[in-house]
Design a protein around this ligand. Structure first.
Ligand SMILES: [Zn+2]
Length: 211
């Protein structure tokens, strides 16, 4: 892909109360980020398994055929492969949109959207360390499922990538609710505790409408 322009991020998690942070593209200090922990090889393998399972669950839920599926339209990366601009302080992940250019079309070139799910290893590792009942597989399964739902909704034009911040917050709640719907019947040890951890993010509709 030929990444050209960088869009605003959408993020999952980050703060304990209410709605998760919506990234405004703040670029963290590069040196400070360097010191933060990255997934080790073993953890990367677990995260890869979570990606595979999340892809399957989301494509089944949205009844996407192999041709419709977004395989060529997104990538999941961890801190080891992120540029400073793709790092964000606080959230567990963010989706960054790139405009790609295809040169293989009869009409010369065509642009397409490419999404990068940027996992923020240190934020995930920090919460796993802090909260005993959270484990890396169910936790990253939740995060990746959540971000894939965002991407499906962007690509189906159910949600505008550049929505207002109020609309982004409403979308965030919707996506947490969908994530819960998709994962609630999945049999994975420890997943129930992850769903409880994120409960605040999907029950904030009232808070939002009162503000
Ligand atoms: Zn989100």
């Amino acid at each position: 892909m030929g990444g050209v322009s960088q869009g605003q991020g959408t993020t999952v998690g980050g703060r304990k109360s209410g709605i998760s942070k919506i990234s405004t593209g703040n670029v963290p200090d590069e040196k400070a980020m360097e010191k933060k922990k990255k997934f080790n090889r073993e953890q990367i393998a677990v995260v890869n398994n979570a990606v595979t399972m999340a892809e399957e669950l989301v494509s089944n839920y949205y009844k996407l055929s192999a041709a419709q599926w977004l395989r060529q339209k997104y990538d999941v990366k961890t801190v080891a492969d992120l540029s400073p601009r793709e790092l964000v302080n606080g959230p567990f992940a963010q989706v960054v949109r790139y405009k790609g250019q295809r040169r293989d079309t009869a009409l010369g070139s065509a642009t397409y959207d490419f999404y990068k799910i940027c996992l923020q290893d240190y934020a995930i590792l920090a919460v796993l360390k802090k909260i005993d009942v959270l484990h890396i597989f169910p936790f990253t399964l939740y995060i990746i499922t959540h971000e894939l739902i965002h991407i499906v909704r962007f690509s189906k034009f159910l949600q505008n990538f550049n929505a207002s911040s109020v609309e982004k917050m409403a979308e965030e709640i919707r996506v947490h609710q969908k994530t819960h719907t998709i994962l609630e019947s999945v049999q994975v040890p420890g997943l129930a505790d992850t769903l409880i951890f994120f409960v605040n993010w999907r029950t904030s509709l009232d808070d939002l409408s009162n503000n």
